[in-house]
Write a new protein. Structure first.
Length: 57
């Protein structure tokens, strides 16, 4: 992996995942603010997941 990509990954880890949870799913707004966080992969079908996302406001 290129050093530039490693630096970007580390910056994202520092901002969003300091404890190193894996996998971690985040829903971000256009400004990079966390709207919702799931530890692991959400346990739902893609259609169910989209429905859940649509209900967030």
């Amino acid at each position: 992996m290129a050093k530039e990509q490693q630096a970007l990954n580390e910056a994202l880890k520092k901002k969003y995942n300091q404890i190193g949870a894996f996998p971690l799913t985040l829903l971000l707004d256009a400004n990079g603010n966390v709207l919702k966080q799931w530890d692991g992969i959400p346990a739902s079908t893609p259609t169910e997941f989209i429905t859940k996302l649509s209900s967030l406001e």
